[in-house]
Design a protein around this ligand. Structure first.
Ligand code: PEP
Ligand code: MN
Length: 270
């Protein structure tokens, strides 16, 4: 299998070496709102995050909503705001592709292609992103075993794109007190059996802002390679995933604590 562990050099030489988004000596913080809602909202969050030093800005423009009557995202208009963020702050953009119909437009605007937990079984998306010359972050499906997940990842690697980032974002268990269960067991297994970088998404796992920081610190302590966290300048107004969004102040505090944890592991936060 192309995802399998070979030696440490593989990680440094292949995984994201061209993009320098993730490396063995750094710890990558990706942050931003769940969705790009308006130009004002995007810029308020991006401005605050740029000040903290965030280099990778996340925001979905095509949203994969469970409720078909819910707001479906700012779509092409939102992508233009993200492009402006890139120009203004020099941040890399990560945005989610939800179906083949929006693949081309989102991939073009993104520095990192995001394939979400619901879309990760879409072979056409995996194969197409495998042909792209950009990093691809694939979230683990919430009903997907580690083995099944890594098999799906192989579809990308087979096409020649080695810049793949794994993302543990919580799986569905019998426990309902959090939105999903962050599978830290799965995370350590993935670190053991693959050579690919792994980041954690405590926001979607927790589903509640007050639990996000502790899960983020646990993930950082176990040696994952980064975090993707939802932040909103005013969570009570968020159009999507409102309950799990951190405020800027909460995120700033978390960023400081994560930086201390990763330094103990010999890594520098970026
Ligand atoms: C998201 O990142 O906003 C998202 C929809 O995540 P997931 O695919 O993990 O549900
Ligand atoms: Mn979200």
């Amino acid at each position: 299998m192309l995802y399998s562990k070979r030696d440490v050099d593989d990680f440094q030489n292949i995984a994201l070496s061209e993009s320098h988004i993730i490396s063995k000596s750094t710890f990558t913080m990706m942050a931003g709102p769940c969705a790009a809602e308006s130009r004002d909202q995007v810029f308020r969050t991006a401005d605050a995050l740029a000040e903290i030093g965030i280099k990778v800005f996340r925001a979905g423009c095509f949203k994969s909503r469970t409720d078909p009557y819910a707001w479906q995202g700012s779509q092409e208009e939102g992508l233009k705001w993200l492009d402006e963020v890139r120009q203004q702050y020099g941040m890399k953009i990560i945005s989610e592709i939800t179906s083949f119909t929006n693949y081309a437009v989102v991939a073009e605007c993104s520095d990192i292609i995001q394939i979400g937990a619901k879309a990760m079984y879409d072979h056409s998306l995996l194969i197409e992103s495998g042909k792209a010359k950009k990093p691809v972050l694939v979230k683990r499906g919430f009903g997907t075993t580690v083995t099944e997940y890594l098999r799906m990842i192989e579809y990308i690697l087979m096409q020649g794109n080695n810049d793949v980032i794994l993302c543990e974002r919580g799986i569905r268990t019998f426990e309902t007190s959090t939105r999903f269960t962050l599978d830290l067991c799965g995370a350590v297994v993935m670190q053991d059996v693959t050579r690919l970088p792994l980041i954690c998404d405590p926001s979607h796992a927790a589903g509640k802002a007050k639990y996000v920081s502790k899960l983020a610190m646990a993930a950082a302590a176990l040696g994952c390679d980064g975090l993707i966290i939802e932040v909103h300048h005013n969570p009570s107004e968020a159009l999507c995933d409102r309950d799990q969004a951190l405020t800027i102040v909460e995120y700033k505090e978390l960023h400081k604590r994560i930086s201390e944890i990763v330094e103990i592991n010999g890594r520098k936060i970026i």
